[in-house]
Design a protein around this ligand. Structure first.
Ligand code: B12
Ligand code: SF4
Length: 654
């Protein structure tokens, strides 16, 4: 079957839409392949606008790994803005890929990457524009298999009606295994049709196919059990863990965006996983164990990536980058290597300690010392014990004083509001902390023009964390605490004018809470919101709280549940949670005891440096932590041409 580009239909629409460049493709390092010459074809989507989706590492990695296979083709698509959507509907242009402008509906697999649940309505737009039936049950062999991945796939139940499968965890090997299964089935002449391919995927135990599981409910609305409805399907589905990141040095050829994007830099993931054990952090829990990339592996990726892209900034990415066992050697090695060039280096938000100031100084050797970011997350020491984020105010003050005396002028502090056990007082202590930061900064720097910005997000309890049982704080309480906090910040004009405060109201967080801990019944709410016009719910200018409230009010009561039931209700220990059959490796008993420890304000250590505390992941997933130090150094720089392999033993398997 030959597949035609829709570009001829699309082109006349481009002058009529905002930022048309986001739809044209052809980025540096993008790939287009001959359709006929390939057997398995993937369309990958980041369900947000191009400017957010293009820099996404997950999609970039999978795109490259798949396209490296000779008989596999992978193209990308992003969410189209409402102006484009309207024109596409008017002119009957289907959802298309940006690479070769092929209709998404013609691919074998449609893989969608969810870092946030607020992208669910954009999935429905894409399916509808692609003329793929919204409901998996209505699809035939003619339609792609819709696969969801990314962190939100650890509870795909709210979108269970709309996806065919979900992959939990790392995608590098999973997409190749799925490709092999689909290739074999196609080569056999697609026996048994769509149901057979879904069964073949499900029986691996590593691909979740919601329609092959039935959910039974108790009269009070709770789940009684989730059971497979076919013989070949396992009770539990396991998450994927890619071990030895040095064998997977992707992206080797990062995509360079055509239009302005949220991340104008090259990112190198220096390790995956995190065992600090912050109890609110789903990412930290579901990506265990810690797996470090070697120092040479990082050096080679930076070198190759810069040569392939021309980027002038490199971000060393991970959940807590300063925790890499050789971060000092990595930063010094890279700073030495790129000294005197235009290449800037950066770390995302860092831990609060003086060591990080040394790192930050090293990274900014060539550049301006503008701002540093720290994440204490909780305003009071008590609350920080509850969330297991052990930073004392003394540490913070010592750290920021060191920063200000080293020429930094601004610190940004991240917090959450609505955490379990939180009181008004815990939140008001954020104001005291910010004022103390300004005082310490003035003293350390001898200047008055320093700033502290406090940025506050609403806390959302997430599946597979110790807070998965917690009651979410209602938005009115969050908003009232934040109002009081603003008053407290402004109460001292002299200090207050150097303190900036950024926060969103608590309403979007409540909806995120519904989508995070929801079950299959929430699918109806998502669909109704989408039918009523819901798009780009992660964007405050598009998000409508009322639309979600109305849809939840219309859909849930007849099922015996409501919005509060899913969000502000505390769960009991023995309740079957919608994601219990999806195995992140974390032992549910361990999670429960960690939840009890939180309520008792007891901290938990980091197993990277202390003995294993039996969270369950390593034995369940047959994995282990992989940390240095290796004692090795960055290799001397060698000239590398675009796309040529780097001669480095660290990549021998990649
Ligand atoms: C860089 C980054 C950003 C950037 C860039 C986002 C982007 N376009 O990629 C910016 C600053 C824009 C950003 C914004 C946000 N981010 Co952010 N971000 C990150 C960060 C630091 C790195 C993400 C990354 O590249 N990871 C590495 C890649 C390789 O991993 P991955 O994407 O998960 O992909 C792998 C697998 O998941 C899987 N996979 C992924 N997709 C698919 C699809 C299929 C089909 C399959 C089979 C597999 C698969 O395979 C991949 C390879 O193994 C992470 C923290 C972290 N270190 O992970 C937070 C993180 C992902 N962000 C987070 C959040 C909350 C946000 C925001 C919602 C913040 C906000 N309130 O505005 C927004 C959402 C933006 C949006 N609309 O999508 C959270 C997610 C929370 C969660 N689910 O637990 C994280 C985990 C940070 C945290 N600790 O809270 N973010
Ligand atoms: S099983 Fe032990 S070593 Fe592995 S992540 Fe959990 S606590 Fe750490």
């Amino acid at each position: 079957m030959s597949v035609q580009s829709v570009f001829a239909q699309l082109e006349p629409l481009l002058p009529q839409v905002s930022k048309p460049v986001q739809y044209v493709g052809g980025e540096l390092n993008a790939t287009t392949k001959d359709w006929e010459a390939t057997c398995v074809r993937w369309c990958l989507m980041y369900p947000d606008a191009y400017e957010v989706g293009l820099p996404n590492q997950g999609v970039m990695i999978l795109y490259e790994i798949l396209n490296e296979q000779q008989d596999v083709l992978a193209e990308r698509t992003y969410a189209v803005w409402p102006d484009m959507e309207a024109l596409m509907r008017e002119h009957d242009v289907p959802q298309f890929t940006v690479d070769a402008h092929r209709p998404v509906g013609d691919f074998d697999l449609f893989g969608v990457s969810f870092s946030t649940e607020l992208g669910y309505t954009n999935l429905l737009t894409a399916l509808d524009l692609a003329k793929i039936p919204l409901h998996a049950a209505d699809r035939t062999e003619e339609h792609p298999i819709v696969v969801s991945g990314g962190h939100a796939a650890f509870n795909p139940e709210p979108i269970a009606d709309f996806i065919d499968c979900a992959v939990l965890g790392d995608g590098e090997e999973a997409v190749l295994e799925i490709t092999d299964i689909v290739r074999k089935w196609k080569n056999e002449g697609s026996p048994g049709g769509r149901r057979e391919i879904l069964l073949r995927l499900a029986e691996t135990g590593g691909v979740y196919v919601p329609q092959l599981y039935d959910v039974e409910y108790l009269p009070d609305g709770r789940i009684q059990r989730v059971v497979p409805n076919a013989d070949r399907v396992p009770y539990r589905v396991f998450k994927r863990t890619t071990m030895d990141l040095d064998e997977w040095p992707y992206p080797k050829q990062p995509l360079v965006p055509l239009a302005e994007s949220v991340h104008e830099r090259m990112s190198v993931e220096i390790f995956r996983g995190c065992t600090r054990g912050c109890r609110f952090c789903q990412a930290g829990m579901i990506t265990r164990p810690v797996r470090e990339r070697s120092i040479e592996g990082i050096g080679a990726m930076v070198e190759r990536g810069l040569a392939a892209t021309g980027f002038e900034e490199v971000g060393l990415l991970s959940l807590s980058s300063a925790d890499h066992s050789e971060i000092a050697e990595v930063t010094k090695g890279l700073a030495d290597r790129y000294e005197g060039t235009n290449t800037g280096l950066s770390l995302p938000s860092t831990r609060v300690d003086a060591f990080n100031i040394d790192l930050a100084n090293e990274l900014s050797r060539n550049g301006r010392r503008s701002g540093l970011t720290f994440a204490p997350e909780g305003g009071s020491e008590r609350l920080r014990r509850v969330i297991n984020k052990m930073v004392s105010e003394e540490d913070l003050i010592r750290t920021v004083s060191a920063a200000f005396s080293n020429g930094w002028r601004q610190v940004k502090l991240y917090f959450m509001c609505g955490l379990p056990t939180e009181t008004d007082d815990d939140v008001l202590q954020i104001a005291e902390m910010a004022k103390n930061v300004i005082r310490a900064g003035r003293e350390a720097s001898g200047r008055k023009d320093i700033r502290c910005t406090i940025s506050i997000g609403g806390f959302v309890p997430k599946p597979h964390t110790p807070f998965q049982w917690a009651a979410q704080c209602d938005p009115d309480t969050v908003d009232s605490r934040l109002r009081k906090l603003r008053e407290a910040v402004n109460s001292d004009r002299k200090l207050g004018r150097n303190i900036g405060m950024r926060y969103h109201d608590g309403k979007p967080s409540l909806i995120e809470g519904l989508l995070s801990r929801g079950d299959r019944r929430v699918g109806r709410v998502i669909e109704r919101v989408w039918r009523e016009g819901g798009r780009f719910d992660g964007w405050s200018e598009h998000f409508s709280y009322q639309r979600w409230i109305d849809a939840a009010g219309a859909e849930l009561p007849s099922l015996g549940v409501d919005l509060d039931w899913f969000t502000t209700r505390e769960r009991e220990e023995n309740e079957v949670l919608p994601w219990d059959h999806l195995d992140s490796g974390l032992d549910k008993e361990w999670l429960w005891s960690d939840w009890q420890d939180a309520l008792d304000e007891h901290e938990q250590d980091d197993c990277r440096w202390t003995p294993c505390f039996d969270c369950g992941v390593c034995p369940a997933m047959n994995t282990d932590i992989q940390v240095g130090p290796t004692g090795r150094k960055l290799l001397p720089i060698s000239p590398v041409g675009k796309g040529s392999p780097v001669s480095n033993p660290a990549f021998s398997g990649g």
